[in-house]
Design a protein around this ligand. Sequence first.
Ligand SMILES: [Zn+2]
Ligand SMILES: [Zn+2]
Length: 253
Amino acid sequence: MKVTILGSGTSQGVPVIACDCEVCRSTDEHDKRLRCSAMIDIGEKKLIIDAGPDFRTQMLRAGVKDVTALLLTHEHKDHIGGLDDIRAFNWVKNGEVDIYCNQRTKDVIYKDYDYAFAEFRYPGVPEMNIHVIDEAPFHIDDIEVIPVTVMHYRLPVSAFRIGNFAYVTDANFISEESMKKLEGVEYMVINALRKEIHLSHFTLNQAIQVVQRLNVKQAYITHIGHQMGLHEQVSLELPENVKLAYDMLTFEF
Ligand SMILES: [Zn+2]
Ligand SMILES: [Zn+2]
């Protein structure tokens, strides 16, 4: 399995207005982050987790020519705002793109992309085949995916476990029941927005605590805001089994 971090940032970390902080001014490529997303290559299969507003740029940057399926964690715009651009894959496939998400996320997609589901569709609209998932494990071809519900303040978000790998984003609380489902995970991507407490995201320390409790072999922090500090400096403060992710980081196991 190969994991590529397509984006390690957050909407707060992508300056839409000029920001003068040291991270936004940094010339280190590690400090330049697109919205949070990842790609998982398993054999010939390619899964993409989340399709935020930077989706198109991320597909081009990673040279993605086709996808097996998209997994969506939740309905916030920084995770589904790029779905219109799946039409390129519709063209490649000559058909729909398979998308796996919970019911709430599906409802928001139907609302935000109503033109894609209208009775009389304009030619060329994105074609999505949405599979609603709950907490039950499901299969994409021969790949078993275990959804794990985590809490983003009051919003349930789907984390995904595939074998000994788990991807947890937009969480600031994981129940004991969900922690059990993550037991035995060796490689993990987990969100942390910054060092200071936040309403709906783990802080760096909180994320590290989850990683250490699960005894994860190697973890990567994602969904990083500019308030986290410079990649180079923060990296020095981390335990050996925790690294800050950065855009286009890859790891294989
Ligand atoms: Zn969110
Ligand atoms: Zn987010």
